[in-house]
Design a protein around this ligand. Structure first.
Ligand code: GDP
Ligand code: IMO
Ligand code: MG
Length: 429
């Protein structure tokens, strides 16, 4: 098998960054296909932490090409900052190891302004977005008025589009959202300046991927967010505005489905959610606090405290179906160490009926209560385990039950944030 997709199976922050960094050593190209800098993917290499928001998590590997696909929404200012930060640490970034699709849509200052003002206006009904302008940017893309990376190279098109958009956005900002209007000139000037810096990186990513595949190279596709934040399949409207599911790879990178060979679902050993929305297995007690503290569950993008709860295999079965997962990679198993008892949700109870998939109605979902299977915990430190037989019997049983219930095998077990804190069970490529 040659091409691998890494997908978040929950509500994001499953540890995709660590796994993508790890698998990058076996790939030639690493490709982001959706989302934007709402993502925060953490890599820990030689004790040093790097958080990638836009640049694919393969960037620390020399001689690997990182590509930002057309399905990604790119904030050019954030991208340039990320490039500079990495350069400042001695990591060379050039068109040799980074490309941005000419068709990728750009996040503009008015997108962020609308995102923030809209959330503010919603008060207690807010989604809890990352405030990065993601939703409004995708709205403009679908509304056929978005600014694309290629427009940076055509000043007249850029000017025309910014002017037309500002007309609408300023009306919306001032008349409906009680926010300040934005001026054309500073936006045009700063985007024109950034255009010159980004010009060498803008390319036809679909063709680059195709050429690589034709010459026998291996591609790793990096999902952002998670399946239950998917605009179609997530807990709508408490979702992001893109398709993190594996089907999103084809549209968001410009490749055919026949080029996707192994779909790895990243599953945290428990569940977290940052932002608002339903969470059936949420723990609002000291066990939830224990997991939050031990797992250092704070958002890598916004620093917000992540809500924590037990592992939910109803969500997982939905994820397996939506993505066609061919293996699972479980992360943060070490965080569960020390708990006397562990629980896994195997079904929901909805008005006395057992159900095995999440209902689309949020009213129904709110009435669902988890049906748990209980397990004994373990006390031993597992962070230095490098094979399954080095795990306590109870930890092995926890894993075995997940495999049995989901009917998908683990390809990898992660027992710490560092590359080497990994038990590899299968070669994904
Ligand atoms: P992503 O958005 O899916 O890439 O995940 P984040 O980077 O937002 O959050 C995952 C966090 O867990 C990061 O701080 C990682 O360094 C950390 N992490 C990843 N795998 C493990 C693991 O197996 N054990 C522990 N303790 N931490 C992990
Ligand atoms: P990674 O890739 C966790 C959540 C936000 C909010 C909702 C919509 O690091 O896993 P948006 O700004 O996208 O319009 O916010 O989605 N969200 C994430 N939660 N991890 C992420 O990315 C997320 N990206 C967006 O908190 O609830
Ligand atoms: Mg994250």
């Amino acid at each position: 098998m040659s091409n691998v997709v890494v997908i978040g199976t929950q509500w994001g922050d499953e540890g995709k960054g660590k796994i993508v960094d790890l698998l990058s050593s076996k790939a030639d190209l690493v490709v982001r296909y959706q989302g934007g800098n709402n993502a925060g993917h953490t890599l820990v290499v030689d004790g040093e932490q790097t958080i990638c928001h836009l640049i694919p998590s393969g960037i620390l590997h020399k001689d690997k090409k990182c590509l930002i696909g057309n399905g990604v929404v790119v904030d050019p200012e954030v991208l340039l900052e990320e490039i500079n930060k990495l350069k400042g640490r001695g990591i060379s970034i050039s068109p040799d190891n980074l490309s941005i699709s000419e068709k990728a849509h750009l996040i503009m200052p008015y997108h962020q302004a609308v995102d923030l003002a809209r959330e503010e206006a919603k008060g207690s009904d807010k989604i809890g977005t990352t405030g990065r302008g993601i939703g409004p940017c995708y709205e403009d893309k679908v509304g056929r008025r978005g600014v694309r990376a290629i427009d940076l190279l055509e000043p007249e098109t850029l000017e025309e589009k910014i002017r037309a958009n500002l007309k609408e956005k300023n009306f919306f900002l001032t008349k409906l959202l009680n926010a300040e209007p934005l001026e054309f000139q500073p936006i045009f000037d700063s985007y024109s300046e950034m255009a010159e810096k980004l010009r060498p990186f803008i390319s036809d990513v679909s063709v680059e991927i195709d050429n690589a595949i034709r010459s026998g190279k291996k591609i790793l596709f990096e999902g952002a967010q998670g399946t239950h934040l998917d605009i179609d399949h997530g807990t709508y409207p408490f979702v992001t505005s893109s398709n993190p599911v594996s089907g999103g790879v084809c549209a968001g990178a410009g490749v055919g489905p026949d080029k996707l060979h192994h779909i790895v679902g990243i599953i945290k050993a428990y569940t977290t959610r940052v932002g608002a929305g339903p969470f059936t297995t949420e723990l609002l007690d000291e066990t939830g606090d224990y997991i939050q503290e031990k797992g250092a569950e704070f958002g890598a993008t916004t620093g917000r405290r992540r809500r924590c709860g037990w592992l939910d295999l109803v969500m997982m079965k939905d994820s397996i179906r939506y993505n066609g997962l061919t293996s699972l990679a479980i992360t943060k198993l070490d965080v569960l160490t020390g708990l006397d008892k562990l629980k896994i949700c195997v079904a929901y109870d909805l008005d006395g009926e057992k159900i095995y998939s999440s209902p689309a109605s949020l009213k129904k979902l709110a009435k669902c209560t988890p049906i748990y299977e209980e397990f004994p915990g373990w006390k031993e430190d597992i962070s230095s385990a490098r094979s399954l037989d080095q795990l306590p019997r109870t930890a092995r049983y926890y894993l075995k039950r997940i495999e049995e219930i989901t009917d998908v095998l683990f390809s990898l077990v992660s027992v710490g944030p560092m590359r080497e804190q990994t038990i590899e069970l299968m070669d994904q490529f």
